[in-house]
Design a protein around this ligand. Sequence first.
Ligand code: DX5
Ligand code: ZN
Length: 214
Amino acid sequence: MLISPSILASDFSRLAEEVKSIENAGADLVHIDVMDGMFVPNITLGAPVIKCLKGKTKLPFDVHLMIEEPVRYIDDFASAGADIITFHIEAAKDVKATIDKIKEAGCKPAISIKPATPADVVFPYLDELYMVLVMTVEPGFGGQSFMRETMPKVRAIRDEATKRNIDLKIQVDGGIDDKTVTEATENGADVLVAGSYIFKAHDRKSAIEKLRNT
Ligand code: DX5
Ligand code: ZN
């Protein structure tokens, strides 16, 4: 199980300290939400901010791109220090070319699907992917409620990967806390993103431990 706290819920005026705090609390990755105000109705941060964070933590950067035509910016995010690059299949014209670009840039490729996007759209690419991100809320904002109706998609992707003997990570993102986590992991998720639940916790270390062990 990998825990990837989303800095969207952190205090951006103290970003480096916030990232250090989740590293000390036992996180495995740091989840960085990039939004362009086009693919989703919100704007967050871009490659220059990610570049500033590199060197402030040993945690790998799990970059979740919620941007139109992500292929245009893969090189920027890779040179800023991204380790995993996740893009939305709904936003990419040429999915294969986007995966290839991420690999050529030396990063691990992942595809994300929105709640209304069926699971089987990712099946043709499973051999090439490090991870699939099944959104458990509509992308765009932190602090929303977990959509349990997305769980059959996690199950379908896990079963397909098992059937084809593919070593695949499945990430869930949105509304993950100590109550919703069980359903996600029971269905086959093994990378957990949590923003509010971890950053708003009094004790971030025990929040991370709870997610890992529930
Ligand atoms: C939403 C983002 C999430 C968000 C999760 O579009 O992709 O990563 O930060 O926040 P919580 O855990 O608060 O639902
Ligand atoms: Zn995210």
